[in-house]
Design a protein. Structure first.
Length: 69
């Protein structure tokens, strides 16, 4: 087989992975809410650190399981 045939066969038989494109489009579409969520998480983390609390402590205070926090 010559290199052109091998190259064409590889191109035809290889899987096209566009999952990265779908993920990037989703991030762009949800950019605002991702930013809001990030801001909330940073504020909560800052509060926990200022009170010397852990996420487990916060979960107990809110009466949630640690997995939900």
């Amino acid at each position: 087989m010559d290199i052109n045939k091998i190259s064409k066969r590889l191109i035809n038989e290889s899987k096209k992975d566009d999952s990265w494109l779908k993920a990037a489009e989703w991030r762009q579409k949800n950019e605002y809410w991702l930013r809001v969520s990030q801001d909330i998480a940073i504020k909560i983390l800052g509060y926990l650190r200022s009170k010397n609390m852990t996420q487990k402590d916060l979960a107990a205070l809110l009466e949630f399981s640690p997995q939900h926090v």
